[in-house]
Design a protein around this ligand. Structure first.
Ligand code: PMP
Length: 465
């Protein structure tokens, strides 16, 4: 073990140097030989890892990250928000002022539940989607990912069933795996989660005597499927969950990023028992890591205790910065500007898909958010194809990462949030060429019979989130 006040072991130093050399080499597009390891290296024996870590696997694109992040590769894989429109100069002034005038509290520990003023402002943000929340029921977290993790921690015992859309957010699947939940997927269509299929799943589980711990759902501009739950389906989903005694966890980081100007009513606006997760990652800045959960009072105290044990308190500094930003800046028009940028990119992607993708491919047309979900012709395995795509200088996220059970090999997720419209067009053109080559192989050798493999979900990472 190393500690801050003890000198680092030579091997630890070498590892850091190796990492730096590897990063530098990767940035240059080169490779680096690993330094030889000494036999005295303090390697923790892997058999000592807790059983629950067995479900933790790195994302496919992370394995290719060094190559996929080279400038010549167009990455349509990542979910990184496009921050180009942020007013950096006035944020710099805000940061300086925060330190000068409120530094003593901004740089100090704070409340485990989050800064009170920010919790009030969060309620104002949620009002945009019809939610009347009480600031006392808001728990600020380090991104909504932490809220997801904590909610799972306080509700899920190993083997418990969690319902989730199929496909679902890779980071949620990672948390569910970490707490050894059994994920049962319910399919979605172009109108979002299908109530009839949810009912079937609930009935089938009830017959086995199983009540799922919760339904995890992303109603707006779904990650990865890009679809939005229709207003007509929203109360039906809630009715079903109520009838079967299943709690609902609504994850809504993209809700305000619609392209039509319309805001969809949150599930939480229909029912105060819904657990609602929100985030400033997409509406302001993901690097600040400020998200939240709005929970019923009965859940709140347990959640705060769990949050305390994870981080003591969320960072005062970033919370206070978000709070100032919300007070002093026209955040609504900033969100509108973000949405306009994303809509322009979505249009470029849809036009390129229309122009270049081979026959037999299909995709949806999202009304907001970051993602298009593509289905490719039978015989093509998007996971197996990924290294060939990266060699052809385009990256995507293969569908298998978005299922807990290995499905999704005929799907892939394309994100339009980050690259310029020109790069998006070029990326799709390259992807189309790779798909054409795969189709040639399928036509020549036929469709391989390939059983869908069962495999664990991947860990979230900035490159696939
Ligand atoms: N939920 C969904 C559906 C997401 O796509 C993401 C991140 N991409 C998160 C939660 C986590 O976001 P954050 O932790 O940055 O708030």
């Amino acid at each position: 073990m190393t500690s801050p006040d003890r000198p680092q072991q030579p091997d630890a130093r070498r590892t850091a140097a190796e990492a730096a050399a590897a990063a530098a080499a990767a940035a240059e597009g080169g490779t680096v030989e690993p330094a030889p390891r000494s036999s005295s290296a303090l390697q923790p024996p892997t058999e000592r890892f807790a059983t629950r870590t067995a479900g933790m696997t790195a994302s496919e694109i992370r394995a290719l990250f060094a190559v996929a992040s080279r400038p010549e590769v167009v990455s349509l894989a990542g979910g990184m928000p496009n921050l180009a429109a942020l007013p950096l100069q006035s944020l710099a002034t805000e940061v300086a002022d925060l330190v000068e005038t409120d530094g003593m509290s901004a740089l100090q520990y704070g409340s485990a539940q989050g800064v009170p003023q920010l919790r009030e402002q969060i309620c104002e943000v949620m009002r945009e989607e019809g939610i009347e929340g009480d600031p006392n029921d808001v728990v600020v977290t380090v991104g909504s990912q932490m809220a997801l993790d904590l909610i799972t921690r306080i509700f899920v015992d190993p083997g418990d069933v969690v319902l989730a859309e199929g496909p679902s957010y890779v980071g949620a699947l990672g948390s569910f795996a970490a707490y050894q939940a059994r994920v049962v997927h319910v399919a979605l269509d172009e109108h979002g989660l299908v109530p009839e299929l949810l009912q079937e799943a609930l009935e089938s589980l009830a017959r086995q005597g199983i009540t799922p711990k919760f339904l995890y759902t992303i109603p707006n501009f779904h990650n990865p499927a890009g679809v939005t739950l229709t207003h007509e389906r929203r109360p039906r989903i809630l009715d079903l969950c109520r009838r079967y005694g299943v709690m609902v966890v609504e994850d809504n980081p993209y809700g305000l990023l619609g392209f039509t100007g319309e805001h969809h009513p949150a599930l939480r606006s229909y029912d105060a028992d819904v657990i609602y997760l929100g985030s400033f990652s997409k509406t302001f800045a993901s690097g600040l890591r400020v998200g939240w959960a709005l929970v019923p009072p009965l859940v709140r105290d347990r959640l705060v205790l769990a949050a305390e044990s994870a981080t003591l308190c969320p960072p005062s500094f970033t919370q206070m910065l978000v709070s100032r930003y919300l007070s002093h800046h026209d955040w609504r028009s900033q969100v509108k500007t973000f949405s306009e940028n994303y809509r322009e990119r979505r249009d470029a992607m849809l036009a390129a898909l229309d122009a270049y993708l081979p026959e037999g491919c299909s995709w949806n047309s999202p009304d907001g958010g970051f993602f298009v979900w593509v289905t490719v012709p039978e015989g093509i395995d998007t996971k197996a194809m990924l290294p060939r795509a990266v060699t052809a200088r385009v990256a995507y996220a293969s569908g298998t990462g978005f299922y807990a059970d290995g499905f999704g090999s005929r799907q892939l997720r394309l994100s339009f949030c980050y690259p310029t419209p020109e790069r998006i067009t070029e990326g799709v053109r390259r992807l189309a060429a790779v798909l054409e080559a795969e189709l040639d192989v399928v036509r020549t050798f036929g469709t391989p019979t390939r059983p869908e493999l069962r495999r664990g979900p991947q860990s979230p990472s900035p490159d696939t989130n």
